[in-house]
Design a protein around this ligand. Structure first.
Ligand SMILES: [Zn+2]
Length: 459
């Protein structure tokens, strides 16, 4: 059998929100292995590099130009018989690099059951019957919206931001305040469910605002953001909100309105946690979690699916009813959405790696389809030897240079290079930089079926 190490050629797509030209990490990486007809156009947005077997943008073996999907289906050992059988011959995960210049749509991804019914009803807008839990790891500073804010923050904004109250209507705002009064922080399950119901009613009211009302409220909101941002936090007992500085909050609203004028997303902002991730920080989104990415370059890994239910910040198809219906309305501070990496135990570092404080960190969400290891080899000669995995992996280099060895095959690795590593193969990576400070950084997504199969989507 051939050595299970393939250098991949991966496509990049051009959604409007992508960073332009070589500003885009996705474009830069794609260019290192691109087909002959690809060149980076400075004016064009490049949004997502796709690494995997998803039919919308499948990766190829660089050498033979055969699709990765064909290769893993012809040679079951590449993914292992277990993974092949469990995921119908397709790679269980889709690995991506996203380069975000302007906000992505406000969205959620359906759970398995809902995905099946949406796909059956509307295959054009919902191309997959699969769920899509996803994990984001920042590679440059990242901003986004993620999950509902703690209710005390929403109550605060209903009072402090007059145009928000005008848009949902005083009655709906008062009903919500009354429903959650005194119980916003309660742990009691019955009370929490009541709070979620109240949030569902209020949020659905907001999302069904008329275009005319949104336009009027936006004018009012922008005037406040420009002239009196301090009013967003001027009340006594203002809770700690994200961002906590009202001037910063106002400037984000002004920026978002520049990207999507008079969009309902400007008001959804007051319902969702505003998240900033430093490079290396991560968050995990369960199915049915509401989110919107605003800026930054990220590594993203998800179950292999392209199902998105959108409701704002987008020129694409919106499905407000499905979105407001599917959300769980769980609310929590942002810290609970972040995912802390841990030391990856199934790797051996050599002495140079140890003495240079090199690291292999594991990002392990509570689902079976994927985990990601980030390796930083901090000095030339630093080397990491990974144990065999029972399933397939895909590795991308985001900085520095090095080499990768599987069996008797060794390949050079530069920024943007992507490799597929087959199941049951030991894999060695090594920093081959010239300067003492040269860091070799890689991310490796993998599926290793080891008892997580019983977990369904983190629930
Ligand atoms: Zn998403």
């Amino acid at each position: 059998m051939q050595v299970p190490l393939l250098r991949l050629q991966c496509g990049v797509n051009s959604y409007d929100w992508g960073k332009l030209g070589s500003e885009s990490a996705a474009a830069k990486y794609a260019a290192t292995t691109a087909a002959a007809d690809f060149s980076v156009d400075a004016e064009k947005p490049y949004a997502e590099l796709w690494m995997g077997t998803h039919p919308s943008l499948p990766s190829k073996d660089l050498e033979t130009q055969r699709s990765l999907l064909d290769l893993v289906q012809d040679n079951v050992a590449l993914m292992s018989p277990e993974v092949t059988q469990r995921y119908g011959g397709k790679l269980p995960f889709l690995f991506k690099v996203l380069s975000i210049r302007k906000a992505l749509s406000i969205q959620a991804h359906p759970n398995k059951k809902l995905a099946e019914s949406l796909h059956a009803r509307d295959p054009r807008n919902y191309p997959d019957d699969n769920h899509k839990p996803e994990m984001t790891i920042a590679i440059t500073p990242f901003e986004g919206l993620c999950g509902f804010r703690p209710l005390t923050e929403i109550v605060h904004f209903l009072k402090a931001v007059a145009p928000l109250r005008h848009l949902v209507g005083n009655q709906a705002a008062t009903d919500f305040e009354t429903a959650v009064q005194g119980s916003a922080d309660s742990d009691d399950l019955t009370q929490t469910q009541k709070n979620k119901d109240a949030l569902r009613v209020l949020f659905t009211t907001l999302m069904n605002s008329s275009t005319q009302d949104i336009e009027a409220a936006t004018k009012e909101l922008l005037a406040a953001a420009q002239n009196s941002p301090e009013t967003f936090a001027s009340l006594v007992n203002t809770p700690e909100t994200n961002p906590s500085n009202p001037t910063e909050l106002a400037s984000i609203l002004i920026r978002l309105n520049g990207q999507f004028p008079s969009d309902i997303g400007l008001f959804v902002f007051f319902f969702l946690n505003f998240v900033e991730l430093a490079p290396g920080e991560a968050m995990f989104l369960k199915a049915d979690d509401i989110h919107a990415y605003i800026s930054g370059d990220i590594i993203e890994c998800m179950a292999s699916s392209d199902n998105v239910v959108r409701a704002g910040f987008t020129p694409k198809f919106k499905d407000v009813d499905t979105l407001t219906d599917m959300l769980t309305y769980s609310y929590a501070p942002i810290e609970e959405q972040k995912l802390e990496p841990t030391d990856y135990p199934y790797v051996v570092l050599n002495a140079t790696a140890y003495s240079s404080a090199s690291s292999c960190l594991l990002y392990d969400p509570p689902i079976e389809e994927f985990s990601v290891v980030k390796s930083e080899l901090c000095r030339p000669g630093a080397k990491a030897t990974f144990d065999q995995l029972t399933g397939p992996s895909i590795l991308i280099c985001t900085g520095g240079s090095g080499k990768i060895t599987v069996g008797h095959k060794t390949e050079l690795v530069e920024e943007g290079y992507v490799f597929f590593v087959g199941a049951n193969a030991e894999c060695i990576i090594e920093n081959t930089g010239r300067e003492r400070e040269d860091v070799f950084t890689t991310y490796k997504a993998f599926c290793d079926l080891t008892g997580k199969e019983d977990l369904v989507n983190g629930h």
